[in-house]
Design a protein around this ligand. Sequence first.
Ligand code: FAD
Length: 426
Amino acid sequence: MPGFALDPQQTAWCAHLRALAAQRLRPVAERGEPGRVNRPLLALLGELGLLDKLFTSGALELCLLRESLAHGCTEAETALALQGLGAHPVLRAGTDAQRARWLPQVRAGRAVAAFALSEPDAGSDAGALALRAEPDGAGWRLTGEKCWISNAPEADFYSVFARTGEAPGSRGITAFLVPADRAGLTGRPLRMLSPHAIGALTFDGVRVGPADVLGAPGRGFAVAMDTLNLFRPSVGAFAVGMAQAALEATVRHTAGRGAFGGVLADLQSVAHRVAEMATRVEAARLLVYAAAGAYDEGAPDVPRRAAMAKLLATETAQYVVDHAVQLHGARALERGHLLEHLYREVRAPRIYEGASEVQRAVIAKDLYRTLDRTDADPHGTDADPHGKDGHRDGKDRHVDRKDGQGDRKDGRLDLADARLDKEPVR
Ligand SMILES: Cc1cc2nc3c(=O)[nH]c(=O)nc-3n(C[C@H](O)[C@H](O)[C@H](O)COP(=O)(O)OP(=O)(O)OC[C@H]3O[C@@H](n4cnc5c(N)ncnc54)[C@H](O)[C@@H]3O)c2cc1C
């Protein structure tokens, strides 16, 4: 992406999407019920051809779509993103029959999709999931629970991740496409701060057969990670769209709100705070575009870049929305105010699809992964005049770590130690 700038067509498309969000989608979103799937909104997203884009876009286009919709209508953005999250495993790993049955309905906004990975005891550590798939004739029976599943319990089908084998951790997990009407599958809504539908699912011996498998048995974790790798930078784009909306509202408000014989923007501390918000939003946006561009180019460092983009953008959005609330004063906290809405929306993306701490773990793991022992600088000597080849006394030394794991026999420094290797991937 030359110069990290959008080309004129991309810029025009974003403006078109922002207008659609504000003028066509927002009124339908407002008629929806908080905590429930808004089917008319999904149908309109289908009619406008926006759900199609989930299946035809690269990562950058997906980011532009999510950022632009979030700017004017977070409900539409989330409804669209969840269709993508739930249906991506079918698109990438489904059989022809599964794709033919479900994808046209998803694209039209007639079937509601959901991605069911998390469990009460397996969130960040998704490889610890315990939903059992016990052999039963040619297929399996699913028994256990899923928790905090967006669109549940109203979705029409679920991409479900279950343990088919004895293998520990991420091995032995299989992905299944489970239609919502299967006997033994029940759910209940959860009342959350986020305004969209989220629920818990109970599987009581739900029958699934070979035709319900997504991908290959035992390869389900790869299906889940393939989906999250694509969607992770675009969560950052969602955050950037919200932050931009909060920033614009703040510029308008502080320019007009009378205070102390002038307006708020005349106060230097206020104007500088708005400048800081704008700078951070721009930095986050560029990092998101760069990560998405790297994904589209098939660059080798996508996981690190995607993690950086999601981390910076979601943390930035929280900062910006919080400061926007502060600068609006009490009116921002009235029910129905844009910032009251954004304040509820902005919190969850720092937790789902990999909490901020998990993103830092991904970044750190990648930084240390390729470090050769000879490149390590155990005593900070890079900065001293004796250079990094030796200590002041010129003697070679082992790395002095408190855990005593400084040296490894294979000659590689064990900074990316066993604990880091076991860091969760989401
Ligand atoms: C609004 C919303 C929608 C969601 N939608 C879905 C969905 O559609 N499908 C789905 O499968 N799941 C969904 N989730 C669940 C989400 O993926 C999990 O909440 C997330 O993976 C974190 O898991 P947890 O909540 O169990 O937190 P835990 O894993 O218990 O972590 C709690 C906290 O511990 C810290 N922590 C965790 N790991 C580390 C680490 N390695 N290093 C340092 N600190 C760490 C972090 O601060 C983290 O926030 C949703 C969640 C929310 C809030």
